[in-house]
Write a protein that binds this ligand. Structure first.
Ligand code: PGA
Length: 259
């Protein structure tokens, strides 16, 4: 396929509920040294909310972009514990992870809620990193494609091609997250190609070809290159391995080699 190399790889670190401000700042100092010449991939870090401001300052002179891990869809109001899109923009966040399986499973986020959040992010010039993926039970019951279809079609409901082009999709099989189990490159490629087909149904071939689809789920330096070599895998959403500067930088390097 001629178009496959046109998508710049994007590697995002999802730090989850890890790193104090001091630890976060230290990690950025190390990453800056290691990623000095990593121009072939877009790099994003998504620290916890408390560290966003400090990390934003620490990234000011770099090409590394800042993302948040969650967001409410309303502008402001009585939503104790939540954060609004404009509050993230104020900290120079350009991305926000939405629909992560941990938020779906532990915080009851539905496709409808995720759809509202995606629309709010786009309205506020934040690029969603929109996560989808099946559980082990669903995969074993041959429901992977049906589950992905619902998550994509409902999560992206009423979003036009202009909006879709702003979105990064992250395919994260739930059974691979934090487990050390990784989808094989073929398994992941099959799911990514299926997702791209769904995106095409929602828009047009050009839009679908332009959307970057990351793989997530125990991606690490040892398996990154073979996953990233697949034609429809355009990057990674990295949890555990993003907490260590050396391993995150090694994955970024693997991504730059695919370009
Ligand atoms: P993991 O997490 O790399 O630790 O499996 C990925 C994610 O949840 O985004």
């Amino acid at each position: 396929m001629a178009s496959l190399n046109k998508r710049k790889p994007v590697i995002a670190g999802n730090w989850k509920m890890n790193k104090t401000v001091a630890e976060a700042t230290e990690l950025i100092v190390d990453l800056k040294k290691l990623l000095d010449d990593a121009r072939g991939a877009d790099v994003i870090v998504c620290p916890p909310l408390t560290a966003l401001s400090a990390v934003s300052h620490a990234l000011a002179d770099t090409e590394i972009a800042l993302g948040a891990q969650n967001m409410h869809w309303e502008k402001s109001g009585a939503f104790t514990g939540e954060v609004a899109p404009a509050m993230l923009r104020e900290l120079f966040c350009h991305y926000v992870i939405l629909g992560h399986s941990e938020r779906r499973a532990y915080f009851c986020e539905t496709d409808e809620i995720i759809n509202r959040k995606i629309k709010a992010a786009l309205a506020n010039h934040l690029r969603p990193i929109f996560c989808v993926g099946e559980t082990l039970e669903q995969r074993n019951a041959a429901q992977t494609e049906a589950v992905l279809a619902v998550q994509i079609n409902e999560g992206l409901r009423d979003i036009d091609p202009v909006g879709l082009r702003q979105i990064i999709v992250a395919y994260e099989p739930v059974w691979a997250i934090g487990t050390g189990l990784t989808a094989t490159p073929i398994m992941a490629q099959t799911a990514h190609a299926f997702i791209r087909g769904l995106l095409e149904n929602l828009s047009d071939p050009k839009t679908a070809q332009s959307v970057r689809i990351q793989y997530g789920g125990s991606m690490k330096p040892e398996n990154a290159a073979e996953l990233l070599a697949q034609p429809d895998i355009d990057g990674g959403l990295i949890g555990g391995a993003s907490l260590d500067a050396d391993s995150f930088a090694a994955i970024v390097k693997a991504a730059t080699l695919t370009t």
